[in-house]
Design a binder for this molecule. Structure first.
Ligand SMILES: [Zn+2]
Length: 141
């Protein structure tokens, strides 16, 4: 499957450990984040210990996939040549309704039209046979 990954041509997540677990859920069309079993705090990016109560007890919990644009930055000059065809594009921090925030894309909208608190919902982009990336799109208010 390396040929498919090279056809994609963009950086891919390292598929190991917690990262692989996160993206394996995405492949199943599930957006899941770690949630502390002691205090209920969500966390992302994945790590073994809760930053709120230092518990090592947690589980992957599914979120509904709805949230809002928290903040973003628009890139006009691609840092990687593989993104040349994408500019201008926006790196967006989405805040899920359940609380965790994640870096992603908002597709289907000119990045100059992004607005704070814009409602978005997740969709899953199968960029290679192994890797599915969660992205977001605007939803009507
Ligand atoms: Zn905790």
């Amino acid at each position: 499957m390396a040929s498919d990954a090279s056809a994609y041509g963009k950086p891919l997540p390292l598929m190991r450990g917690y990262t692989k677990e996160f993206y394996d859920f995405c492949k199943k069309r599930e957006l899941r984040f770690q949630r502390c079993s002691q205090c209920g705090a969500w966390r992302h990016t994945p790590r073994p210990m809760c930053g709120e109560c230092q518990s090592l007890q947690w589980k992957w919990e599914k979120v509904a996939g709805k949230g809002k644009v928290y903040t973003w930055t628009v890139t006009f000059q691609p840092l990687y040549p593989q993104f040349k065809a994408e500019v201008p594009y926006a790196g967006v921090i989405v805040e899920l309704d359940e609380g965790p925030r994640m870096v992603s894309w908002v597709t289907g909208i000119d990045p100059m039209q992004l607005k704070a608190d814009m409602p978005v919902e997740v969709w899953f982009d199968d960029v290679t046979p192994e890797v599915t990336i969660p992205k977001f799109r605007p939803v009507a208010c």
